[in-house]
Design a protein around this ligand. Structure first.
Ligand SMILES: *[C@@H]1O[C@H](CO)[C@@H](O)[C@H](O)[C@H]1NC(C)=O
Ligand SMILES: *[C@@H]1O[C@H](CO)[C@@H](O)[C@H](O)[C@H]1NC(C)=O
Ligand SMILES: *[C@@H]1O[C@H](CO)[C@@H](O)[C@H](O)[C@H]1NC(C)=O
Ligand SMILES: *[C@@H]1O[C@H](CO)[C@@H](O)[C@H](O)[C@H]1NC(C)=O
Ligand SMILES: *[C@@H]1O[C@H](CO)[C@@H](O)[C@H](O)[C@H]1NC(C)=O
Length: 548
């Protein structure tokens, strides 16, 4: 049967898409028939024990409540929101449950999940950070299930896990098995990058992504908010940036209220929002609303009318950056901003006589990476003065710019051997780093391309234990050239779920067949929760996606 299918697929492929690689269709697809002993848990917790004893759950009797000792009271928005949401995920908003209608709990019924936040400071009103404690322990047993976490962040992760333990029997009744779980993330930084410059993404699409991130225990939204094509960020200080630089000044912008909403929606899900304002390259859209910010390029002895990277030789550039990043530091609460610094094209700088003179005066010779470093160094000083830490793309490190000790270096270039070499170099210099190279999910190919994302491990490079500790995680990236709200979600999920497990679970969780079984079920859960996550392979979901 499999052979025939493969053969058919091959014919189709030879006929219609000759460019495709043979092995794209020759892939051995795991069988859905083997179900995992871990059910549909995704990402897999660090320690799991599921017993054969099962309890019934009914929407009319089941409750999620604060335990009496919990330090997070009824005024804790983060938890109250989560209780309501997870109740709806487990029982559905509209669907009526037949079981237990009379409200009298039977012997094998589970009626309560108690949530106990143990630390004096639950952090309910705060923002998550790189050091947030996301650990939790979950015990499902009689007379009630107990979720214990030091902070609300761990409680959120545990609620997601609890909801993943609930399954439906053949009569449609909800069940949960007696279970013990002890869980915490392997990496502290588990991010998704969305690009809202190449295509504008409506706020709703961003919120849907954040919601799905929480279902996958992601905790960082890297908002690559502006770039060459458009500048949708509405700055209070420099409103002309989006007025002139957005695709449309009213319909394709993020107002201060939009940004606030995204940050709060993320906070309620234990997700940090790190904005990226990439300079000095990738800034064409900035030039439209801010005169003299970009370098005029020359053709021979005359300006050509086109512009290059940010002009690093003018004092006004740094005055602008000082005011701009002052605003950014107050709008975005996270302790980090991403300053980009990738792919600076030196052609324009080289053509400009004023820049040439500046290079000479500063003894930079013809080495334009020295000019780039000159700019970045001043920018880093400006951002440091706003009390923020920074992330930067790897080129800034490669060019030898002096960096603060707590700088995060974001690796994105090269093939596997090259990025592993770079991880070794960066960590041997003592910097913390995170990986994206194997997780450019905007790149798609025929077949189960989540396998490659799943197999990559950010700590697999030649280095000491000390170096490995400097790897704080990674990010899945969805660059926007070919992505807008029409295809964002199915392109991202469940492929980003594969990355989520690599970043959360124990490093020896690598069984691709077990992963296939759990991920298929997890994907159906996403679909049931209204997220149009694409299929992994031929299969079905108990409840198929219905566009609303
Ligand atoms: C849950 O318990 C049932 C028996 O009640 C058993 O058939 C099933 O395999 C258990 N599920 C898991 C994931 O262990
Ligand atoms: C915005 O641009 C217009 C010209 O297009 C200019 O008159 C105005 O002063 C600019 N506003 C600011 C705040 O720079
Ligand atoms: C730019 O600033 C530097 C140091 O602050 C100063 O020495 C220089 O004269 C300024 N240049 C211009 C053109 O104002
Ligand atoms: C790691 O080191 C071993 C032995 O020194 C070498 O064979 C291997 O290619 C190295 N791996 C990488 C990724 O550099
Ligand atoms: C994974 O590692 C843990 C401890 O490090 C160990 O207890 C467990 O048995 C390992 N699991 C597998 C599948 O190797």
């Amino acid at each position: 049967m499999l052979l025939v299918l493969k053969f058919a697929g091959l014919c189709l492929c030879l006929g219609l898409c000759r460019g495709l690689q043979f092995n794209d269709v020759d892939e051995e697809a795991p069988s859905a028939a083997q179900t995992s002993k871990y059910g549909s848990l995704w990402p897999l917790p660090q320690e799991v024990n599921i017993a054969e004893t099962s309890f019934k759950l009914s929407s009319s009797t089941f409750r999620i409540v604060d335990s009496k000792q919990s330090s997070a009271g009824p005024s804790c928005n983060i938890l109250q929101n989560a209780y309501r949401k997870y109740f709806e995920y487990m029982f559905g908003v509209a669907r009526k449950q037949e079981f237990g209608k009379n409200g009298r709990p039977g012997l094998s019924e589970l009626t309560e999940l108690q949530v106990w936040v143990t630390s004096v400071d639950s952090e309910c009103d705060g923002y998550p950070s790189i050091t947030s404690d996301e650990s939790y322990e979950l015990a499902v047993d009689q007379p009630f299930a107990l979720l214990v976490a030091p902070k609300v962040w761990g409680a959120l992760r545990g609620l997601e896990t609890f909801s993943q333990l609930v399954y439906e029997d053949e009569f449609g009744a909800k069940n949960i098995n007696a279970t013990k779980i002890k869980d915490f993330p392997r990496f502290a930084h588990r991010g998704i990058l969305l690009d809202t410059s190449r295509h504008y993404l409506p706020v709703k699409a961003i919120l849907t992504t954040l919601e799905t991130m929480a279902m996958n225990k992601y905790n960082v939204f890297h908002w690559h908010i502006v770039d060459d094509p458009s500048f949708p960020y509405l700055s209070r200080t420099f409103p002309n940036l989006s007025q002139k630089g957005a695709y449309h000044p009213y319909t394709h912008v993020y107002t201060p209220a939009d940004v606030k909403m995204v940050i709060e929606f993320a906070r309620l899900r234990g997700i940090r929002v790190i904005p990226e304002f990439d300079t000095p390259g990738h800034t064409q859209s900035w030039g439209k609303g801010q005169a003299n910010l970009l370098t005029p390029c020359y053709s021979g002895s005359k300006p050509s009318g086109s512009f290059g990277p940010v002009n690093p030789i003018l004092n006004t550039t740094y005055d602008f950056m000082t005011q701009f990043f002052k605003e950014i530091s107050s709008v975005f609460p996270d302790a980090y901003v991403h300053l980009g610094g990738d792919e600076v094209d030196f052609t324009c700088w080289r053509s400009n006589p004023d820049i040439q003179k500046f290079m000479e005066d500063h003894g930079f010779g013809h080495d334009y990476s020295k000019l780039e470093s000159f700019y970045i160094q001043r920018l880093l000083d400006i951002v440091t003065s706003t009390k923020k830490g920074y992330m930067i793309w790897q080129e800034v490190f490669d060019n030898g710019v002096k960096l603060k000790a707590d700088t995060l270096i974001h690796i994105w270039k090269g093939n596997q051997q090259q990025y592993q070499h770079e991880m070794a170099r960066v960590t041997s210099s003592g910097y913390q780093t995170l990986l994206s190279t194997p997780w450019y999910l905007n790149h798609i190919s025929y077949g189960q391309d989540w396998h490659d994302a799943y197999k990559a491990d950010p700590r697999s490079f030649n280095g000491t234990e000390q170096q490995k500790k400097l790897v704080i995680g990674g990010e899945a990236c969805m660059w926007g050239e070919y992505v807008d709200a029409t295809n964002l979600t199915p392109r991202l999920w469940p492929r980003a779920s594969a990355v989520a497990e690599r970043l959360w679970s124990h490093q020896n969780v690598t069984d691709i067949n077990d992963a296939y079984s759990r991920l298929s079920a997890h994907r159906c859960r996403l679909v049931e929760r209204g997220i149009p996550a694409e299929p992994l392979f031929s299969s079905y979901c108990p409840r198929e996606y219905k566009a609303v």
